[in-house]
Design a protein around this ligand. Structure first.
Ligand SMILES: [Zn+2]
Ligand SMILES: [Zn+2]
Length: 295
């Protein structure tokens, strides 16, 4: 399914099977979970994608010619030499390539990926169960870790990522308060908050709720403008921060963390030729759990 230009539907067509270059794997894609970032790419909220482009960055598939099953995440490649890469912050690399955005992704039968950025998929998960872990789980977990020792955490938005993280948070003995459209402005004390929905006003709502020293973590790659707010909401060493991308170390820590905790993912499957329907459903908020493109 090919994106020829932004703000237009994907089109189904035959393209050449990609060839793996040095250090790359050729992967027969089993499935690819849909992420809100896919919408931001298609809808033009993220600029300058590779075009034409195959979107999708929660790929699970088998390495061609091997029995190994791998997951391909958002971070496709980093330069390894810039100040960010050299200081354990490859997620911020200026030259980074991103799967399904500046490199082709997984809404396709085959994908190639740099072997160094792929993860082994835990054996006790089916490919469909594992695919939402690749971004919703992994980058969500990076956002969760930014909450530090917070005991009572607010989740603003209850999509794919929140549904995974609530299982980890509960296993860690934390309390989670869910905010959806109906109660987005509700006031209740929180030690930290994670904003999953791409709506800037939620940052202010959350800031009203976090206690002194608390953090508001913006987990999305795109958000509408944050309205202005009185300084006293930030006073008391409250922090607003974003989470950008992931590092390979994040993946290692995440898969280690879920080794003893089986994450249940709720999914709705769409065959590849119905990928546009999956995107439309997510855009309309009509998906329970995660949409997964099955190949
Ligand atoms: Zn770099
Ligand atoms: Zn994503």
């Amino acid at each position: 399914m090919v994106l020829d230009r932004q703000r237009a539907p994907l089109s189904m067509r035959e393209v050449a099977t990609p060839t793996a270059g040095d250090g790359q794997l050729l992967i027969r894609v089993d499935c690819c979970a849909v992420c809100r970032t896919d919408l931001h790419v298609v809808d033009g909220e993220l600029h300058d994608p590779k075009l034409p482009l195959i979107i999708g960055h929660q790929i699970v598939g088998r390495v061609v010619g091997e029995t190994r099953r791998v997951g391909v995440p958002w971070l496709a490649w980093t330069c390894g030499v810039c100040v960010y890469c050299k200081s354990g912050r490859e997620n911020l690399c200026d030259r980074a390539l991103f799967t399904g955005y500046t490199a082709d992704g997984g809404y396709a039968e085959y994908a190639v990926a740099d072997a160094r950025y792929c993860f082994d998929v835990p054996r006790d998960y089916t490919s469909e169960e594992a695919s939402p872990l690749l971004c919703a789980g992994l980058i969500g977990f990076r956002a969760y870790r930014m909450c530090g020792e917070a005991q009572r955490i607010g989740f603003y938005g209850y999509g794919s990522s929140a549904r995974i993280l609530i299982q980890i948070a509960r296993d860690d003995g934390r309390e989670v308060v869910i905010f959806t459209r109906d109660n987005a402005a509700e006031q209740t004390p929180l030690d930290a908050a994670i904003i999953f929905a791409p709506a800037g006003e939620l940052v202010v709502n959350a800031l009203r709720n976090v206690v002194k020293g608390g953090v508001v973590v913006c987990a999305g790659i795109h958000m509408s403008d944050i309205p202005s707010f009185p300084y006293e909401l930030l006073w008391g060493e409250r922090v607003i921060r974003s989470v950008a991308n992931l590092t390979r170390e994040d993946g290692r820590i995440f898969f280690e963390r879920i080794r003893s905790l089986r994450i249940e993912t709720q999914r709705t499957n769409f065959p590849l030729d119905r990928a546009n329907e999956a995107l439309d459903a997510l855009r309309a908020g009509d998906i329970q759990g995660t949409a997964v493109i099955t190949i």
